[in-house]
Design a protein around this ligand. Structure first.
Ligand SMILES: Cc1cc2nc3c(=O)[nH]c(=O)nc-3n(C[C@H](O)[C@H](O)[C@H](O)COP(=O)(O)OP(=O)(O)OC[C@H]3O[C@@H](n4cnc5c(N)ncnc54)[C@H](O)[C@@H]3O)c2cc1C
Length: 385
């Protein structure tokens, strides 16, 4: 839609082929129905992160924000730079885009799932069911496999791989973590502020802070999901949970952080427990410290062991949940085969791609929609030249 809006106007004939019965279904589900459409803070992207950086250098958060303001959307920025529609409803984002497509004469054809693109005499023919659509230029922006029915089944990548583009294996990202059953037994439903460190055996890989949610299959919550893409490929994935934020020993933060020094964390925790032991002992030491469910797991431990458990509660992981529960796809069409200024294929002139289809993904917080909108806007503008 961002591509169509950037390509249309000035008498250009633009059509959107949408495989689903309606456009923008995934948009409605974003941000828990509030649509976190942009993040005003800089953050790294993964997959081909440098490609995303270049794209956002050419069409960044300010340009995307201005684009939505021009469409009439009132926005509001919250803590951490997250931008939402002022009214807090994802539907407002979709509404302004649909209305603008109407105004700018974009033809929207739903239930038109593109199955094949052929290049014929310098132009393109897109096949969708019984129909074929001829066009001078084509932008492929079919999204990724995340979100169950809101994503595609992987088939859309073939639109580009058949034309010679390369696919980096798609994997679920921003998705809850699966653990060995025993590790979280009895904790399901607990939501606690924590610092999470993903390790391969004892080697720390990445950390994120926030609210961790224990479930009957493992650990969820944004901070756990931020680490999920890095679980793929680890030999012995283990999640170490440090509950210092719950005990007020460090501030509660809600972001990716650099890997903390485990030794320092342990010493701080032990000092805290020793101070507490001077006032309370035995069962009373644990009472009021943390939820009962967790206290059950800590009963009878020495002070040193208790400190160790509280700052490195080990949850051995068995993997991550599937695409159905994921917010984004890691992997996709190799971005380096496209031009960062125009999103045009370096292999096939006149062919463009944008959004989550590409081998680019970002953290939770508006970064994935920002990249989708920015790359779509660049592609639309260039394709209209
Ligand atoms: C539950 C959930 C919450 C999320 N929340 C956020 C958030 O708050 N902030 C954020 O930044 N990101 C969020 N994301 C990620 C974000 O929604 C996606 O990264 C973004 O929508 C990608 O945009 P896109 O245009 O590339 O793809 P999509 O939004 O998926 O759009 C692609 C469209 O192409 C259509 N399509 C697919 N195949 C074909 C075909 N063969 N022919 C024709 N049409 C086809 C699809 O039906 C779809 O309408 C969330 C994702 C999920 C699942």
């Amino acid at each position: 839609m961002a591509a169509a809006l950037s390509a249309s106007g000035n008498g250009k004939s633009v059509a959107v082929l949408e495989g689903a019965p309606r456009v923008g279904r995934k948009l409605l589900a974003t941000g828990n129905g509030r649509c976190n459409l942009i993040n005003m803070k800089d953050a790294p992207y993964y997959g081909e992160g440098d490609f995303a950086k270049e794209v956002l250098h050419r069409c960044g958060k300010e340009e995307v924000l201005a684009f939505f303001h021009r469409l009439g959307l009132v926005t509001r920025e919250e803590d951490g730079g997250r931008v939402y529609p002022g009214c807090g409803q994802a539907a407002a984002v979709l509404d302004v885009m649909r209305k603008a497509m109407d105004r700018q004469g974009v033809t929207v054809i739903c239930d038109a799932k593109a199955e094949k693109i052929e290049k014929i005499n310098g132009a393109f023919r897109v096949f969708a069911g019984e129909e074929a659509f001829d066009c001078r230029r084509v932008i492929v922006a079919c999204g990724g496999m995340a979100g169950g029915k809101l994503g595609h089944d992987g088939g859309a990548y073939a639109l580009l791989t058949r034309l010679g583009h390369t696919l980096k294996k798609p994997l679920p990202a921003l998705v809850p973590l699966l653990s060995e059953k025993g590790a979280v037994k009895g904790l399901s439903g607990l939501r606690l502020p924590a610092v999470l460190t993903l390790c391969d055996g004892e080697r720390p890989v990445a950390s994120a802070a926030g609210e961790a949610l224990f479930t009957d299959y493992g650990v969820s919550g944004i901070c756990a999901m931020q680490l999920s893409a890095q679980v793929h490929g680890l030999k012995r994935p283990v999640l170490k949970m440090d509950f210092s934020p719950m005990l007020g020993l460090v501030p509660c933060r809600y972001e990716r952080i650099s890997i903390p020094d485990e030794r320092k964390t342990y010493e701080r925790m032990l000092a805290f427990l020793k101070e507490r032991e001077a006032l309370l002992s035995g069962e009373d030491l644990l009472c009021g410290l943390f939820p009962r469910l967790l206290a059950e797991k800590m009963r009878g431990l020495s002070l040193e062991k208790l400190a160790e458990k509280l700052c490195a509660f080990r949850v051995p992981l068995t993997g991550v949940r599937g695409f159905e529960y994921a917010q984004v796809t890691r992997g996709g069409i190799c971005a380096g085969e496209f031009d960062t200024a125009t999103m045009e294929s370096k292999k096939i002139p006149g062919l463009y791609a944008a959004g989550e289809m590409m081998n680019v993904d970002g953290d939770c917080g508006g970064y994935n929609l920002l990249f989708a909108f920015a790359s779509g806007m660049l592609a639309g503008k260039a394709a209209a030249q």
